[in-house]
Design a binder for this molecule. Structure first.
Ligand code: GLC
Length: 556
């Protein structure tokens, strides 16, 4: 075991945050008394505006110094609102009730929340606990000081990972995490059993690449929020992480550090033209790698992964920041690209043909602002804007600080298009007509401006809010929350809205969709106590620089 790591582990008490764990070099440990003194100051003493300007100046690092997770008490739902002199919105209590109604129990223990508590129509697979859907529920429970369910969920899904997974005669990778699971209650025998879906019963038979990443991200959120390192350090959790990492860090024929994926392997779980290197997966991949780096032990088995992660992170951030980034300048450069360039001197490395740039993007691109495009692969640039990938890129600091600001600038200047009447568009713009036929295979659920094809998903509110807080713009989050408060409860918490402005409840949207409910609660709690951001956000400079130092010291 690495010596400094050992010292780090021994010195951090159970109330210590992962951020301290992340910086386990000696100089940081010597800084500890200063940190603790800072932490005596209560977050509660600061007003929201103070906090936002504070954030704008120094970001998360400062927040981490101000607030220790162990002291976050009195966060029980409605009361927390009062602390910042906000009246608790009546929707908050309703949301908690609805969230609790969605709880799923296994042998008496809460292990997750079902996707939707909608009995009005065919339930399909919405009675299952989806890994990705549970994330906002988990964050809400953590923020409310109820970590047990999150721990149960992490352990239950870890057990499922251990199952042998097959699609027909093909065996899936050991590390794959399920998209969802279901608890079957047998009332006569009074037993509970589990079934899980790793893609073998999903539409299109695609494995959820995002599940394993969300699992690691959630393990870090749990550890950061509770200060309880013991869960992440169990041999089971360490092995679970290594298995996920083994899947996504394996060598192949790749020439890019990004992860090659099938269509439908993430939140967008139907054919939507996202095969290749979708931004959602790349951002989650980056974030999960960074979380794993903070959680992995540097023992014989962990060390090898740590080294591979460090190398991959550097290559991945370079690739993404350079080739996925699009702003006015970059668009203009691509517009003037030469094609058919060979050799190392090529400017147009992927041979993107300027004629393939869609018309809409020239109008959409503001003079100030930018975003990560949806996908980059040979001769292909998907110029669509995707919400989840861009928000997670900000939260994980895959973006440079300038790029984070630019993404927020773009959201502000394209508010009508991206937020309209209901936050937030899953992607922009919708694909229509001939393109829709070719790209979706004529999918009737993904018609233009509906569902995954330009629909508006309330769940994305929490990610937007987190990104707003991180970039020091809580007022944008406030605006978005106001919009949801005018409709979400009245409309019975729909899964998604349709139309260019997101004015209509989605054609086939489920009601009482759990992540719409939990997403709202998380957004509210984060805005009221921005220190919550720490459990789902990673800061850049502090992280990436020591990474280089650490990798050198290991190889020496
Ligand atoms: C839909 C969504 C998917 C979600 C699931 C359960 O299939 O596309 O992202 O996880 O519903 O809510």
């Amino acid at each position: 075991m690495d010596g400094t790591r050992e010292i780090g582990l021994q010195n951090v008490g159970s109330n210590c945050s992962i951020s301290q764990m992340e910086d386990y070099d000696l100089s940081r440990l010597l800084d500890k008394p200063k940190l603790n003194m800072e932490r005596q100051r209560s977050c509660d003493e600061r007003s929201l505006s103070e906090l936002s300007s504070f954030l704008a100046g120094g970001g998360l690092e400062n927040i981490e110094m101000m607030c220790s997770p162990g002291r976050r008490s009195a966060l029980d739902t409605p009361t927390s609102s009062a602390r910042n002199s906000f009246e608790p919105h009546p929707m908050v209590a309703e949301a908690w009730d609805a969230l609790r109604r969605s709880l799923v129990f296994f042998r008496g223990q809460p292990v997750g929340t079902i996707a939707a508590h909608d009995h009005s129509e065919e339930i399909l697979n919405y009675d299952q606990v989806f890994v990705r859907d549970f994330v906002p529920s988990a964050l809400a429970f953590l923020m409310n000081g109820e970590p047990e369910i999150v721990k149960n969920f992490l352990l239950k899904t870890l057990q499922l990972q251990g199952w042998e997974k097959r699609i027909d005669r093909f065996k899936l990778g050991e590390g794959a995490m399920p998209a969802s699971f279901k608890v079957l209650h047998d009332p006569t025998r009074k037993t509970d059993s589990l079934i899980a879906d790793f893609g073998e019963t999903a539409i299109g038979r695609v494995a959820p690449v995002d599940s394993g990443f969300w699992w690691i991200i959630l393990l870090r959120a749990y550890t950061k929020s509770t200060g309880d390192l013991s869960l992440a350090e169990t041999p089971e959790c360490q092995k679970g992480m290594r298995l996920i990492l083994a899947l996504c860090l394996s060598e192949g024929f790749d020439t890019f550090p990004t992860l090659l994926c099938a269509d439908g392997c993430s939140m967008i779980d139907r054919r939507m033209g996202i095969y290749g290197y979708p931004i959602e997966i790349q951002a989650l991949f980056f974030m999960a790698l960074r979380c794993a780096l903070a959680l992995l032990k540097h023992d014989a088995e962990g060390k090898e992964f740590v080294e591979r992660i460090v190398k991959r992170l550097h290559a991945l951030s370079y690739h993404m920041r350079n080739y996925f980034w699009l702003d006015f300048q970059q668009l203009n450069d691509i517009y003037r690209y030469k094609t058919e360039e060979y050799s190392h001197t090529a400017v147009n490395k992927f041979n993107v043909i300027p004629d393939s740039i869609p018309e809409w993007v020239f109008d959409f691109m503001p003079t100030r602002g930018g975003y990560f495009v949806g996908n980059v692969s040979p001769a292909m640039m998907d110029f669509r804007w995707f919400a989840l990938g861009n928000c997670v890129a900000i939260l994980s600091s895959l973006t440079t600080p300038e790029q984070s600001i630019a993404i927020m600038d773009l959201i502000e200047s394209r508010w009508e298009e991206l937020v309209g009447e209901m936050p937030l568009k899953i992607c922009y713009p919708a694909i229509e007509s001939h393109e829709w036929r070719i790209v979706t295979g004529c999918d009737p659920k993904n018609t233009r401006w509906s569902y995954h094809n330009g629909g508006s998903w309330p769940v994305l509110l929490w990610m937007l809010t987190a990104a707003c807080i991180k970039t020091g713009r809580p007022q944008i989050a406030r605006r978005a929350i106001d919009l949801t408060e005018s409709r979400l409860l009245k409309d019975s918490w729909p899964e998604y809205y349709d139309g260019k402005q997101g004015r209509y409840i989605g054609k086939q949207a489920k009601k009482f969709q759990t992540w719409s409910i939990a997403g709202y609660l998380v957004a509210k709690m984060m805005l009221e106590d921005p220190s919550h951001l720490g459990m789902i956000s990673l800061e850049e400079d502090k992280q990436m620089k020591p990474l280089i130092k650490r990798s050198n010291s290991w190889t020496c």
